[in-house]
Write a protein that binds this ligand. Structure first.
Ligand code: SAH
Ligand code: SF4
Length: 393
């Protein structure tokens, strides 16, 4: 990466809600839904109850058709159908890896595309969702970072990724089957680790997650949602206060010099500032450790000294260190550290008292692994060098 590479690419000013067309009920908060119903003529006294009923149809039962909302009168349903839509992003392709990982290419309004990945494990099923089309940041090891930001996703598009995965897994409750009889959930965890920097799309991410956590709907506990940030320091405390989910941070280096190159947002908020925000993360407790993500890049950040420095830096922070073997992509300027190196690094951290799992790359055969996501239309062609050449940066 050229030393002068910018921290961000074009930062677009993006409206939160798409203005044109009928209002989509998906993605409205409870209050927003109530207000929309009042605006459509629902008497104020009834609006809370109607909003609650519609909420359950949408998010508990996964219903998409107003006619199936049978506890509402026919006239009311007809009014809803005239005034609103229930709209999800459209699944364009669905690929299934040899290891069971599923990758969905999803089209959103405007024809843009994002990727969503479902990772089944023995004790859980994790959905990795995207928050932006592309990313404004330019981390030099990340495939998404080579794609310019096109736009922020709306709250509907964020929660919509969860809903379409539940459709595909056929995991909406069946009438007459109690929650406890349905067996363990296939989609039990969410990680905001797909495309984009979630804390640069804070409000939509917050609203999408609030909907996913609501007990009368999808009902995922805040401890089953992990938001990963590259280190947008001013938003970290807000994340604790307004979302309350678990936090992961893309740490990746132990000196500012190296982190400036790998995660250029470090030039704005350096390691010390970032660690300050993490120490203050108000909900810190042993059960709510911060996950430090650390991508293993051969000869760049993987020495024994790095491991020792990392331990010193995070001293006092309840933490788990997630080591991510670098996933290659066409034109990537780095190589994955050797297995021996990764294990030696993990060992040093483990001996210092921290969990140091090595993340097994999943879905590599379908380019679904961390950092490999990119809109298909953008895929495979442009290396960072090509982009730099084109943009003159
Ligand atoms: N923008 C957010 C979330 C998305 S990235 C963030 O940066 O935290 C999810 C994780 O994958 C991050 O830790 C990211 O640094 C890591 N990652 C990106 N590219 C990668 C690659 N090629 N190989 C391995 N991990 C990668
Ligand atoms: Fe954006 Fe995260 Fe990739 Fe960095 S690692 S470019 S913040 S998606």
């Amino acid at each position: 990466m050229p030393a002068s590479a910018p921290i961000t690419q074009d930062v677009a000013t993006i409206p939160r809600k798409m203005p044109e067309g009928p209002v989509n009920l998906v993605g409205l908060t409870r209050d927003g839904l109530r207000a929309a119903l009042i605006e459509a003529g629902t008497p104020e006294k009834q609006a809370k109850m109607r909003a609650g009923q519609i909420w359950q149809w949408l998010y508990h039962w996964g219903v998409r058709d107003f006619d199936r909302m049978t506890n509402l009168s026919k006239d009311y349903r007809a009014m809803l159908a005239r005034t609103f839509v229930i709209s999800l992003p459209e699944v364009v392709t669905r690929q299934v890896s040899n290891d069971g990982t599923r990758k969905y290419l999803v089209r959103i309004a405007g024809g843009h595309e994002v990727e969503v990945v479902y990772i089944p494990e023995t004790d859980r099923g994790t959905l990795c969702i995207s928050s932006q089309v592309g990313c404004t940041l330019t981390c030099s090891f990340c495939h998404t970072g080579t794609q310019k930001l096109v736009r922020n996703l709306t709250a509907a598009e964020i929660v919509g990724q969860i809903m379409l995965a539940r459709d595909d897994l056929d995991e909406w409750p069946k009438p007459g089957v109690g929650a406890n009889d349905a067996g363990p959930r296939l989609l039990s965890n969410i990680v905001l680790m797909g495309m984009g920097e979630p804390l640069y799309n804070f409000e939509n991410v917050r609203d999408g997650m609030k909907i996913a956590m609501d007990p009368e709907g999808i009902s995922l506990s805040r401890r089953r949602i992990t938001l990963s940030t590259s280190g947008v320091v001013p938003e970290i405390a807000k994340t604790a206060e307004e979302i309350g989910c678990l936090l992961a941070v893309s740490f990746h280096a132990t000196t500012d010099e190296v982190r400036d190159k790998l995660v250029p947002i470090n030039k704005r908020w350096n390691i010390e500032t970032l660690l300050g925000a993490l120490r203050d993360y108000p909900r810190l407790s042993n059960s709510e450790r911060i996950t430090f993500e650390y991508v293993m890049l051969k000869g760049v950040n993987d020495s024994d000294e790095d491991a020792h420095r990392l331990i010193k830096l995070i001293e006092g922070i309840p933490a788990k260190i997630n080591l991510i073997p670098f996933n290659e992509w066409p034109g990537a300027p780095y190589e994955r550290s050797s297995n021996n190196r990764i294990h030696a690094f993990a060992d040093i951290i483990y001996k210092a008292g921290y969990a140091s799992p090595i993340r097994t790359p999943r879905g590599e055969d379908i380019m679904a692994a961390c950092g490999q996501l990119k809109s298909a239309t953008e895929r495979a062609r442009k290396s960072r060098a090509q982009i730099a050449q084109e943009t003159g940066l």
